[in-house]
Ligand binder design. Structure first.
Ligand SMILES: [Zn+2]
Length: 283
C-alpha cells in the first residue's frame, strides 16, 4: 500500500524544526501542488534553496511550517504564492495516488492532509481569534480562550462482503474514481467501526452481513481519512438493492473473474487481491 515505504519511515511527530537549504518545501495552490515531472514520470519537489533563488530572500522563510520527515529528509510547507518556475508546475494533488515514486506520492497525500487541517484551523471556532501552532505538539492553540485544535482524521470503513467464492463490488456514482471498488463509508459519531460496516452495507446494497473481521488500516490523506478494512460474509438473501445516489453499479463477482487487482497502493485493491488468492478466511 502507499504507506508501505519500508525500509524508510515517515516521522510525523511535531518538532519545532528549522529548514535547511535542501529541505523539501510543499507548496499547495487550491487543490494542486508545485511539482516537477520529467518525461519518464520521475517526480521532484522543490527544495528551500531553489525557492529562495526564485522568490528572493526575506522573512517568508520564517513562515515555513514543519510537517514531517522521511528518514533524514525534512518536509515543510509554504503558505504563500509561488509562480511556476523551472521544471516545477502545479498539478492536481489527487493525480498522485499512483505507484511511481511511491515515497513522494505518500508524502504529497500526507502533506495535503496536514495542509487542509492547518488551513481550516487558522481561526478559533469558539471565539474567532487567530490561532497559533503550539510549541510542543501538533496542535493549534487559541491565545484568547485556550481552545486546543488537534488534527482531524475521519475514520471510514472499507468493506469486502463475500459469499463463498463471490465478492461484492461496486462503482461509485459521481466520483472521479471510475474503477470497481469495495463498499465504503464514514463512521458516524457514537458508532463502532463494526456498526459502520453493517449500516453501510445495508444502506448501499440492502444486504445483511455476519462474521465481520478487521483486516488492516490505511491513512488516506487526500480525503483526510483513516481507512479501516473489514471482511465479512453475506447473511440471508443475496439480492442487491442498490442506493442509486451512492453507487452507479453493484454486483457479485466470482473469485476467478475479478475485474480489478492489487495496485500496490490502496487498501481496497489489496483486499481484492487477498480475496482473489483465497486468503480472506485467514483474517
Ligand atoms: Zn478562542
Amino acid at each position: 500500500m502507499i504507506q508501505d515505504i519500508f525500509p524508510k519511515k515517515l516521522d510525523n511527530q511535531y518538532q519545532d524544526k528549522k529548514p535547511l537549504e535542501n529541505s523539501i518545501i510543499l507548496v499547495f495552490r487550491e487543490r494542486q501542488i508545485l511539482i516537477g515531472q520529467d518525461a519518464r514520470q520521475n517526480l521532484s519537489l522543490p527544495r528551500l534553496g531553489e525557492l529562495g533563488r526564485q522568490i528572493g530572500e526575506g522573512d517568508w522563510r520564517s513562515s515555513l511550517q514543519y510537517y514531517f520527515s522521511i528518514e533524514e529528509m525534512d518536509y515543510f510547507a509554504f503558505q504563500g504564492e509561488v509562480a511556476p518556475f523551472g521544471a516545477y508546475e502545479y498539478a492536481p494533488v489527487r493525480s498522485f495516488r499512483q505507484m511511481i515514486n511511491k515515497e513522494i506520492c505518500f508524502a504529497i497525500m500526507t502533506g495535503w492532509h496536514l495542509h487542509q487541517w492547518y488551513s481550516a484551523s487558522r481561526f478559533c471556532g469558539r471565539c474567532g481569534e487567530r490561532t497559533v501552532q503550539d510549541d510542543r505538539e501538533r496542535m493549534m492553540r487559541c491565545p484568547s480562550c485556550g481552545n486546543a485544535i488537534y488534527p482531524g482524521i475521519a475514520p471510514a470503513v472499507i468493506v469486502a462482503v463475500t459469499d463463498g467464492n463471490r465478492i461484492l463490488m461496486s462503482k461509485y456514482a459521481d466520483r472521479e474514481y471510475k474503477k470497481y471498488a469495495l463498499l465504503a463509508g464514514f463512521t458516524e459519531i457514537g458508532e463502532t467501526a463494526e456498526e459502520t460496516v453493517r449500516r453501510e452495507v445495508m444502506e448501499e446494497v440492502g444486504l445483511r452481513v455476519k462474521n465481520i473481521r478487521y483486516y488492516k488500516s490505511q491513512p488516506w490523506g487526500i480525503d483526510g481519512n483513516l481507512l479501516l478494512g473489514f471482511f465479512c460474509e453475506l447473511e440471508g438473501s443475496d439480492e442487491i438493492h442498490r442506493d442509486a445516489g451512492e453507487l452507479a453499479e453493484a454486483g457479485w463477482f466470482e473469485r476467478d473473474r475479478m475485474p480489478a487487482h492489487d495496485d500496490g497502493i490502496s487498501l481496497t485493491r489489496e483486499m481484492m487481491g487477498v480475496f482473489e488468492r483465497g486468503e480472506e478466511k485467514a483474517f
